[in-house]
Every structure is written in structure tokens, then in C-alpha cells.
Design a protein around this ligand. Structure first.
Ligand code: NAP
Length: 314
């Protein structure tokens, strides 16, 4: 197996790195500065690349790696990969679906409850000694029974739906294809979904149709009591519009795991009491990251052994 030369683009996970090192010949991009020096020295030897959403797989990378056979993404979302170009160059692409679904869905529900019940804000209130100094904390808003609208009722969207059903939340959804779910109400546009939801959750992939799918109109439709949860990708939301709506009280609140220009988060959000911010940690548990790593490794091993890939995209 060690004949496969693998390039890891970013130190995403210690276990993955250790296993790549043990099973293959591993090169680490960040150890080479400038990266061109690595491409000049090893470009023709590299047959596999492992990456994550922060690093684009585009013509520049593929041109530097003429013998590339497979790109294995440490993510389910593959918006960072030029799939058409990979197809054209005969580069296989794999991702990590299913194994992260539960954690991302858990976080979506957690963010919704945290935003409505102001859990982080209440925690800060206690830590600051304000409970003793100022008395009881302000009243918050109930989550149970709220209408939850989901953009993208796929693996993660469905897992969110089943979770919020346990909180007696009616589930609405929008995506391109209406499915036969008797308990969930389909809306044929995001605007109608937002107008009929108290909590709007973004859970679709990022593509040309879904970039800024949450725009000013959608935010207005969700309204001053509505809460936006984004566990999809930052560019799903027009961030300047979101920030001004939150600042001006035209949107009730937000729970955000992803941002347009990570790790840069608009500082205007830091002072707001109606947002909960986490640093893209949807799949960030020990259990899931190990399962994602095992899937990356399994795909590479299947490729070497000329067996069917476990989770192919291309
Ligand atoms: P999935 O099973 O492929 O589901 C995607 C859903 O989105 C499908 O139901 C699809 O339905 C819908 N969709 C696709 N294109 C759409 C469009 N143009 N307009 C409206 N809906 C559209 O994917 P998944 O596993 O649930 O993952 C969803 C996304 O979550 C990933 O792509 C990734 O970006 C994000 N994610 C984030 C984190 C995190 O850490 N925050 C972790 C994992 C995943 P139709 O095809 O019928 O439209």
C-alpha cells in the first residue's frame, strides 16, 4: 500500500494523518513553503490528494499534479471541488456522507435551542456574577412546538426533522424535489418556506442555485421573531444582509456554524445578544472525525486495490 504517494492539504485530523503516514507515503502541503517547491519536487509522483472544504480543488492544483488519480475529501460537502474538471481529467472524487449526519443534526437543534433560550448568554450572565448582582435572568423564547423550516431535506435535513418532531415542532421544507413525507409540509420556494417557519435551517449543499439562497427577502419573510440556523455553508446566506437584519431587529436571532469568509466572522455579530456563534464544528466530535478519517482511508485503500470506491462522487 505504501506505493501510493498521498498529498494531505491541511492538518485536518491527527488520527487521519497518522494512518495516512502508516499506510502510504505521505506528503504534507503545509510543510513546504512555497507550495510550488513541493509540486516541482513531487508533482508527478502524487497520485492521491486528501483535502477539506477550506482548500479548493481546481485547475491550478490539478495542473500541478498531472498523475493525480483520486481526491478524497474529509467532508460530505464537495463545493470546493471542480467536479466537472475532475471528471474531464479522470480524477476520482470521494467524500464522507452519513457518518457525520447525526452530529450535524444534533448541532442544528442545539443551536436553535441555544439561540431561542439564550443559553450561552445566560451562561455568561452567571460567570460575570450578574445573577448575584442584578437578579434573575431575562425571560427567553420556547423552542418546543415552533415551526421548523428546513432548506434541503437530505441526509442531514431529515435527521434534523426527526429530532425536532420529538419537540412537537411541525416540519416544513424546501428543496428541488418534493418527497412523499406525510408528516412534513413542502413549500415550492424558500420565500414561502421562510414565511411559514419560526426557525429556518439551512441544510442543503452549496452550489450556484443555493449561493445566497437566504437573501434579504427571505430574511424579511422569516421576520423579527424568526431565527435562522446555518449548518450548511457560509455563502448560503447573504452575510451583510443577515448582519444588518440582526442589528436592526428585522430578524429575531441566528445560530451560525458557518460563515462566508471563515475564519473571519463579522465583528458586528460579537456584540449582539440574539446570536449564537460556533466555529464550523458541525462534524467536530471525536467519534465522527474518526469515522470520517476511516472513510477517507477506506476509499484510498479501495482505489489502490482496484475495488469499488466506498463513497464515490466522481
Ligand atoms: P444530501 O443528503 O445530499 O442532501 C442535500 C439536500 O439538499 C437534498 O435533499 C437536495 O434535494 C437539497 N438540495 C440540493 N440542491 C438544492 C438546491 N439547488 N436547492 C434546494 N435544495 C437543494 O446532503 P447532506 O449529507 O444532508 O449534507 C448537506 C450539506 O450540509 C453538505 O453539502 C454540506 O455543505 C453541509 N454540511 C455542513 C457541515 C458542518 O460542519 N456545518 C457538516 C456536514 C455537511 P434536491 O436535490 O431535491 O434539491
Amino acid at each position: 500500500m505504501d506505493s501510493l504517494v498521498v498529498l494531505l492539504l491541511y492538518p485536518v485530523n491527527a488520527y487521519l494523518e497518522q494512518e495516512l503516514d502508516r499506510r502510504f507515503t505521505l506528503l504534507r502541503l503545509w510543510e513546504h513553503s512555497p507550495p510550488d517547491s513541493l509540486f516541482r519536487a513531487h508533482g508527478s509522483a502524487i497520485r492521491a490528494v486528501v483535502g477539506y472544504p477550506g482548500h479548493k480543488v481546481n485547475a491550478a492544483l490539478l495542473d500541478a499534479l498531472p498523475c493525480l488519480e483520486i481526491f478524497s475529501s474529509f467532508s460530505v460537502g464537495i463545493d470546493h471541488v471542480d467536479l466537472a474538471l475532475c471528471r474531464q481529467r479522470g480524477v476520482r472524487v470521494t467524500h464522507t456522507p452519513d457518518v457525520l449526519t447525526d452530529d450535524v443534526a444534533d448541532l442544528a437543534v442545539g443551536l436553535a435551542i441555544a439561540a431561542l433560550r439564550k443559553i450561552p448568554q445566560a451562561d455568561r450572565y452567571v460567570r460575570a456574577g450578574s445573577w448575584k448582582a442584578k437578579g434573575d435572568y431575562t425571560l427567553t423564547t420556547r423552542f418546543s412546538g415552533k415551526r421548523v423550516g428546513i432548506i434541503g431535506l437530505g441526509r442531514i435535513g431529515l435527521a434534523i426533522a426527526t429530532r425536532v418532531e420529538a419537540f412537537d415542532c411541525p416540519v416544513n421544507y424546501y428543496q428541488r424535489t418534493k418527497k412523499e413525507y406525510p408528516n412534513y409540509t413542502y413549500y415550492p420556494s424558500v420565500l414561502e418556506l421562510a414565511a411559514n417557519s419560526d426557525v429556518l435551517v439551512v441544510a442543503c449543499p452549496l452550489n450556484e442555485q443555493t449561493r445566497h439562497i437566504v437573501n434579504r427577502e427571505v430574511i424579511e419573510a422569516l421576520g423579527p421573531k424568526g431565527v435562522l440556523i446555518n449548518i450548511g455553508r457560509g455563502p448560503h446566506v447573504d452575510e451583510p444582509e443577515l448582519v444588518s437584519a440582526l442589528v436592526e431587529g428585522r430578524l429575531g436571532g441566528a445560530g451560525l456554524d458557518v460563515f462566508e469568509d471563515e475564519p473571519n466572522v463579522p465583528e458586528a455579530l460579537f456584540t449582539l445578544d440574539n446570536v449564537v456563534l460556533v466555529p464550523h464544528v458541525g462534524s467536530g466530535t471525536h467519534e465522527t472525525r474518526k469515522a470520517m478519517a476511516d472513510l477517507v482511508l477506506g476509499n484510498l485503500e479501495a482505489h489502490v486495490l482496484k475495488k469499488p470506491l466506498l463513497t464515490p462522487v466522481v
